[in-house]
Write a protein that binds this ligand. Sequence first.
Ligand SMILES: Nc1ncnc2c1ncn2[C@@H]1O[C@H](COP(=O)(O)OP(=O)(O)OP(=O)(O)O)[C@@H](O)[C@H]1O
Length: 313
Amino acid sequence: MSFMVIQDLKVHYPVRGGIFNQVVDYVYAVDGVSMEFESGKAYGLVGESGCGKSTTGKAIVGLEKITSGRVIYEGINVTNKRNNRKSTFNREVQMIFQDAHSSLNPRKRVRDIIAEPIHNFLKLSPKEEERKICELLEIVGMPEDVKYKYPHEFSGGQKQRLGIARAIATNPKLIIADEPVSALDISVQAQILNFMKDIQNEFGLSYLFISHDLGVVKHMCDYISIMYKGRFVETGTKFDIYNNPQHIYTKRLLSAIPQVTPIGRERRKRERIKVENDYREQYKNYFDEKERVLDLIPITSTHNVAALPKGVI
Ligand SMILES: Nc1ncnc2c1ncn2[C@@H]1O[C@H](COP(=O)(O)OP(=O)(O)OP(=O)(O)O)[C@@H](O)[C@H]1O
């Protein structure tokens, strides 16, 4: 059963020109997108640069003005209420961005950054609020004392973790993640992706995962929509999209993914095991038993990442 339905969403930007600066044309950034979201599922939005992915995400949460279409949340039409800061929709649908740095206020300490949505949406006593902040930091694998630091004191991966801590502070149902790892090093990307999967399982979250990277979307999502020039050209389960693509554009996108030959795969596996062993040897004190490994590189347990020496994540 879907908890959110997007109906025929359109975002058209006027293009102005002429001596009177009148509207001479429109950019059809999003041109009739419909989606349904179920609890605990991850949805991927893929397409080339400029096809309208980010605009779709921002329009859903209310950061872009919708030209037409409807957002139905828990059976209620919230299209014109999305900017109501106290609404259930605002609390339960959160967004994280590619550039974690600019989405964290550089003048605020971590404590205040995370406390902001708690203040807005949850009525907690100061003591409960402090406990909640510590709990969130623990979930994202950061020690309590980072509360008093500023965003510039963290690495890219750590900043993205802080962004996630803020996003999950209000117990959301859906997180719209706009290219959340594309600005990070490949090793850190895998850590963040695995961590996002962990919290999805732990809290029954849904994701709308926006990415130009089909590999990332394949790893993260249950359903995938392929976007082209503001429209979905194909939507299906991950299995259908990768194994039985129907639309010519989907086929083109898939054929553009570099193929790994069996020999390459074997070599990659050997290299991965070597890197893993070196890594384990070096940081063996920091791992717990639940450590998991993604395809390419070693992953640390999310709860222990913060304990790693500086520079490891
Ligand atoms: N504020 C705006 N005014 C006018 N046009 C805009 C505005 N924001 C985005 N666009 C245009 O809308 C189209 C879709 O942009 P959008 O950022 O959603 O694409 P995208 O698929 O997310 O691309 P990328 O992967 O590069 O971020 C692009 O042609 C873009 O130039």
